[in-house]
Design a protein around this ligand. Structure first.
Ligand code: KIV
Ligand code: NA
Length: 268
């Protein structure tokens, strides 16, 4: 992917200027955000955002590949990171490699992301040693929702910090080029950022993280319900409602289409 940001370049930004990232699942949103971000995540949140699912559990590898390919086509600058969906990498490091290689071959993306800390360290090492750049994801890991019981912030009591810190360290030591920290207590996010040698990408974590990511539809004001860690930087749902109401009114009044939107007969 000539000219694109690379995983090693993201890795080298530890402690530097904040890394900016958003999700995208489509060519058109990828095209719009591409100049502003360092990497675009094709997140398995597409299950909820695009398909109205309750969780990311039902998301398949084929869904990720289809949208990953769309985002690659729409972008030319950002590193594209594609989420490995639930069930596509946990069974063995061989399964993880086979499926990650498929994602890279079929989308052309520059990295994959997978959830889990210490338990995924062997797999992350296996992949990174074989040419698959891996982004880690610790703290709240939505693919474990059925085991966790609910989506809630992690590490809000100091006694719970140990395992989360060990997860982040294990993922970094295994060779991940960056780590998403999702929904962790702010001081824990700052502490892990100080402790690990690779960039942390916060979502509901800390402004001290080496970068930040949000789900695009959430920050644009398109999603119906959003977690506390989202700031709405736009109100796209209102814009869409206004535009669609105007269109409906003009169709009903027969003022759309106007002459400039219709084809006249050829002269002669
Ligand atoms: O799927 C997703 O959108 C994510 C980000 C929220 C980090 O994993
Ligand atoms: Na995800």
């Amino acid at each position: 992917q000539p000219g694109r940001v690379t995983a090693p370049q993201i890795r080298a930004r530890k402690g530097g200027e904040p890394i900016v990232s958003l999700t995208s699942y489509h060519a058109h949103t990828a095209r719009i955000i591409d100049p502003f971000v360092d990497f675009i995540l094709v997140g398995d949140s597409l299950g909820m955002v695009m398909h109205g699912l309750e969780t990311t559990i039902p998301v398949t590898l084929d869904m990720m590949i289809l949208q990953g390919h769309a985002v690659m086509r729409g972008s030319s600058h950002a590193l594209i990171v594609v989420d490995m969906p639930f069930g596509s990498y946990e069974e063995s490091r061989e399964q993880a490699f086979r499926n990650a290689a498929r994602v890279m071959k079929e989308t052309g993306c520059g990295a994959v992301k997978l959830e889990g800390g210490e338990r995924m360290a062997d797999t992350i090492r296996f992949l990174t040693e074989r040419g698959v750049p891996v982004m880690g994801h610790v703290g709240l890991t939505p693919q474990s929702i059925m085991a966790l019981g609910s989506f809630k912030a992690q590490g809000r009591e100091e006694k719970d910090w140990g395992p989360i810190e060990r997860d982040a360290r294990a993922v970094a030591d295994a060779g991940a080029f960056a780590i998403v920290l999702e929904a962790v207590a702010e001081p824990l996010g700052a502490r892990i950022t100080r402790e690990v040698a690779v960039p942390t990408i916060g979502i509901g974590a800390s402004p001290a993280c080496d970068g930040q990511i949000l789900v695009l539809e959430d920050m644009l004001g398109l999603s119906e319900r959003v977690p506390k860690f989202v700031r709405k930087f736009g109100s796209l749902a209102d814009h869409i409602r206004e535009a669609v109401a105007a269109y409906a009114g003009e169709v009903r009044a027969r003022s759309f289409p106007a002459p400039e939107n219709t084809y006249a007969m050829k002269k002669g």
